[in-house]
Structures are given as structure tokens and as C-alpha cells.
Design a binder for this molecule. Structure first.
Ligand SMILES: [Ca+2]
Ligand SMILES: [Ca+2]
Length: 303
């Protein structure tokens, strides 16, 4: 369960306080998950799966009543089926949303779960400044690297040698048991990365960061690589596809990296914190050649 600073006021906080008392002694558990998210549409849609079980037996609670909140506003109330499950078609219009699912009876919250969802399909030629900040790095040659939204994507213009540009979350997220997913495209000599960095750590570039970087490089001898801090812990000489779906999954204390839905590397999570900023960015990494990289369909679900 995640607690975000955005959600302190109003009714939800009362629910949460009640729930904090109730959870420890509650005989029930609520599991909320989001699947089958369609990034093409705005707002995005996905299936919110609710599972309410009895802790002692692990059995579903028949007809368990629930309430769904999205960003502190009541979204839907209902009852589970006879196996304690319900699937609700959820629609999210804010790029940063918190979804709360409560099992509640007579105003007493007996158990709850919370999901934090960040997403962007970059579809309106304007960077959402509530979610993202831009950054860029100097080059040894003339040119102004930059990140901008164009043609339904976030484009990284790194035409000059050794320039880099990207976007990162304005506010960190707790990535515990979370999943980060994006489509990356590497144009020619320009690599494209997803990085995660504890919020206390400055961005210094792939192989210098004190977090994780996974990148693809169309023209590189190494086409896909994972950095854990300053170490290259994984490298691969081919890509399944370009653009490619890259995912980072936090599974307890294990961090997993996936290319096109298949795991390529995993290890024990090393940084001191899971409160992280997420970076999408690109780097012109060599002395010659051209290319333009981009990212799209960014999704983070945690909690
Ligand atoms: Ca936008
Ligand atoms: Ca798009």
C-alpha cells in the first residue's frame, strides 16, 4: 500500500486512518491490480481487478462490498462475485493517479489496497509539466539537445556528439512492487534509456548513475545493456525489435528487466531507497553518425 502526499486531505484520509487501525486486526485482505491497460486511448482504460479474501483460509469473501476511489473521488461501489472477485473497467484521465479500493461495511473500513498509476501517451505536442521535467546535457560540438512531444511521442533530439536529453518525474514514486513500462526507439547512433534513481541521487548519465539504466542502441555493437550503478551487468548483441517494449519490475527485493515481455536480467535491488524518479532519455554516444530517438506509452503501476 502506498501513501502519497497528494492525498492527505478530505474523506479519504479518514478512511485511511480507520483502515490503519483496522488492517492489523482485519481478518480480510484486499488486493487491487490493473491489467490490460490500453495506452492508445485518452483517457487510458484498463481492467481493475479486485480480490477480497479471508486471511486465515485464503478463500474469497462471497459478495464482499467494496468502494473504489480515484484521486479521492468516489468512482464506483459494488459487490464481489461469490468468489470474492470483481473486475471493473477503469478509466484514468490524470497522468498521475491514485486508485483506492476499500472493503467497507457500515462506514467501517475493514481492509484496503491502493495503486499508484503514472502514465503518458505523449499525444498532444505538449509535455505535461505536472508529471515531467525536461533535462539536457552539453555537447563537445555545437547543437542544442532537447526533449519535446511530437507526433504522438516524446522525442529526444541529440544530434550533436555526446549530447543527451530527456524527461524525468517531477515528484518521486515508491517503486516497491511496481512495474515500469515504456516503448523505446533508438535512432541510429542515439541510444534510448529508461533509468530509475533514488530521489536523493543526482542524474549523471548511464554508467555514472547510482541506480539502474537500461538502454537500446540501434547502431551499437552492444544493442541492449543494463547498468547497475557503475557496472554493466548485462549486455546483448541483438534486439528483438526497435521500437522495443522495455519493462522494469520490482518483485520484493528483486529487480527484473524485460525486453519484449521476456526477462533478460535480474538481481537483488541495491540502491538504499525505493523512492525513485523515473527517467526517459537518449544519448548521442559516439563521434559520428546521426539519429533521433523517442519513447512512448509510458506506464508505471505501483502499490
Ligand atoms: Ca502531453
Ligand atoms: Ca503516443
Amino acid at each position: 500500500m502506498l501513501v502519497s502526499e497528494e492525498r492527505l486531505p478530505v474523506l479519504n484520509n479518514v478512511f485511511r486512518l480507520m483502515n490503519n487501525r483496522a488492517s492489523a486486526i482485519s481478518a480480510l485482505s484486499v488486493e487491487a491490480s490493473l491489467r490490460n491497460v490500453r495506452m492508445i486511448e485518452t483517457p487510458i482504460k484498463g481492467s481493475l481487478d479486485i480480490d477480497i479474501t479471508e486471511k486465515s483460509t485464503g478463500k474469497g469473501v462471497p459478495l464482499a462490498p467494496f468502494i473504489v476511489y480515484v484521486n479521492n473521488a468516489e468512482e464506483f461501489t459494488g459487490r464481489c462475485d461469490t468468489k470474492g472477485k470483481y473486475s471493473y473497467e477503469l478509466s484514468l484521465k490524470n497522468h498521475r493517479s491514485v486508485v483506492d479500493v476499500y472493503h467497507a461495511r457500515k462506514r467501517l473500513v475493514e481492509a484496503s489496497d491502493s495503486l499508484s498509476v503514472l502514465w503518458d501517451n505523449f499525444n498532444d505536442n505538449e509535455i505535461d509539466r505536472k508529471l515531467w521535467d525536461t533535462f539536457s546535457g552539453k555537447s563537445m560540438w555545437p547543437g542544442t539537445p532537447k526533449a519535446y512531444e511530437r507526433g504522438n511521442r516524446i522525442v529526444f533530439d541529440c544530434a550533436a556528439t555526446r549530447s543527451l536529453a530527456g524527461i524525468h518525474t517531477v515528484k518521486p514514486v515508491d517503486i516497491s512492487n511496481g512495474r515500469i513500462k515504456a516503448k523505446l526507439y533508438s535512432g541510429g547512433i542515439v541510444t534510448c534509456f529508461i533509468s530509475i534513481l533514488p530521489s536523493t541521487e543526482p542524474f549523471q548519465g548511464a554508467s555514472y548513475n547510482k541506480g539502474y539504466d537500461i538502454g537500446i542502441w540501434e547502431d551499437g555493437g552492444t544493442k541492449l545493456f543494463v547498468y547497475s550503478g557503475e557496472k554493466t551487468v548485462y549486455r546483448q548483441r541483438t534486439l528483438k525489435a526497435n521500437p522495443e517494449i522495455i519493462e522494469i519490475v520490482l518483485d520484493g527485493d528483486t529487480i527484473r528487466f524485460l525486453e519484449g515481455g521476456s526477462e533478460v536480467y535480474s538481481e537483488t535491488y541495491k540502491p538504499p531507497s525505493k523512492l525513485c524518479n523515473i527517467y526517459l532519455w537518449a544519448h548521442h554516444w559516439w563521434y559520428q553518425g546521426r539519429g533521433s530517438s523517442w519513447a512512448d506509452d509510458f506506464l508505471f503501476v505501483g502499490g
